[in-house]
Design a protein around this ligand. Structure first.
Ligand SMILES: *[C@@H]1O[C@H](CO)[C@@H](O)[C@H](O)[C@H]1NC(C)=O
Ligand SMILES: *[C@@H]1O[C@H](CO)[C@@H](O)[C@H](O)[C@H]1NC(C)=O
Length: 366
């Protein structure tokens, strides 16, 4: 269990880092100019800085040409599309990425650039503009797909060009691709921070609350959805394919992946969902105001009496008391479970972090 947790942290880093960076980026671009980088810059930061630089260049250019003449480099399909449908304003903050994305030959095969799309989405450019090209698919189909979502996944069903791994077995255990490990999740409780699915369903039952549909935010490869399926609960997982085929794996397991970033308004109508689970993707790396908007959007989609489950939310110990507990408290939910514990992995100890697992019930009426 401890190993799983450590590896899950890897998952967190792999899946969420860029997502969170994008949020920081959003807030930092609003605030001020970027400071000059120190000597050794990691690749992803260099990338971020380049986009910031490109944005500034773009803005300067717009200002100096009095905005009447759009950049001559704007791809024609981008110009065409902007007349048809709105695009997220953040798309315009990344003209270099956006132009690359929209530079393609219409009516032919799309470039093999789903990681570019992913990068734009994670920077808040969502919805992405549509394109008039054919997305690539693997050249041969797997002969069959398993009915059991914990069976090994067929490598041939994924386009591996965009990933450094070239097979499912290549990923670290905790990332969600080791089906033996995944099968053991949500079934037993290793600590008070764990809520098992039988416990969850019993709590709901005792409250005469029926759970039939749910959303798993940052759902990885969809294991929570897979685990809820035998209980006839339909869970849809939001997941990104940053560095690993999380969306592809979820779909191959017969579950629905929603390719939606954390900062997007949930693509679900008001008051229709019985349960929202937030895994560790929702944590202190999200700027507080962005997190507030997120929680209120979760509240919007939850029905009265529905449950919000914060599963291993982490933050600095002091912040949990001073910042996050009040933010969560403002929702006015009933605390069915509220368990805190020290985060004992190395980064947790270093940063004085704590975990919170909370099961909160939305009031039936306000
Ligand atoms: C799920 O639904 C099926 C078909 O209606 C039923 O046979 C099964 O007992 C249900 N399982 C649970 C755990 O309710
Ligand atoms: C949690 O960590 C703090 C220091 O960060 C320490 O003072 C406290 O005793 C720890 N609590 C437990 C239960 O280990």
């Amino acid at each position: 269990m401890g190993l799983t947790m450590g590896l899950n942290l890897l998952l967190l880093v792999a899946m969420v880092a860029t997502n969170i960076l994008s949020l920081y980026h959003l807030s930092s671009t609003i605030q001020s100019k970027p400071t000059p980088p120190p000597a050794p810059v990691p690749d992803h930061l260099r990338h971020q800085l380049n986009t910031i630089r490109a944005t500034l260049t773009h803005l300067t250019r717009l200002r100096s040409t009095s905005s009447s003449s759009a950049s001559s480099a704007t791809p024609s399909d981008l110009l065409l599309y902007t007349h048809l449908s709105p695009m997220a304003s953040s798309c315009r903050d990344h003209p270099d990425l956006l132009h690359t994305y929209m530079t393609y030959t219409p009516f032919s095969l799309c470039p093999d650039d789903s990681q570019l799309a992913e990068s734009l989405i994670l920077r808040g450019c969502h919805p992405l503009p549509r394109r008039r090209c054919f997305a690539r698919t693997p050249s041969k189909l797997p002969s069959s797909l398993p009915a059991d979502p914990f069976s090994p996944l067929p490598d041939s069903a994924v386009l591996w060009t965009k990933y450094s791994c070239k097979s499912f077995s290549c990923f670290d255990g905790g990332l969600g691709f080791n089906m033996k490990l995944e099968a053991s999740r949500f079934t037993s409780s290793g600590s008070n921070l764990d809520l098992t699915i039988p416990q969850l369903l019993q709590i709901a039952k005792d409250a005469s609350s029926v759970i039939r549909i749910g959303l798993d935010i940052g759902g990885g490869t969809g294991t929570f959805a897979a685990k809820m399926k035998p209980y006839n609960v339909t869970v849809v997982s939001t997941t990104m394919s940053q560095g690993a085929p999380y969306n592809e794996a979820t779909a191959l397991r017969g579950l629905v992946p929603l390719h939606a970033p954390l900062q997007q308004r949930l693509p679900v109508f008001d008051g229709v969902v019985d349960l929202v689970r937030c895994g560790r993707a929702v944590n202190r790396w999200i700027p507080t105001v962005a997190m507030e908007f997120f929680f209120y959007d979760v509240d919007r989609v939850l029905r009265g009496g529905g449950y919000l489950w914060l599963d291993h939310f982490f933050s600095k110990g002091a912040d949990l008391q001073k910042l996050y507990a009040p933010v969560i408290g403002k929702l006015g939910y009933k605390k069915v479970k509220w368990t805190m514990a020290n985060k004992t992995d190395s980064s947790g100890v270093k940063n004085g972090e704590v975990y919170l697992t909370a099961l909160l019930q939305k009031p039936v009426s306000r």
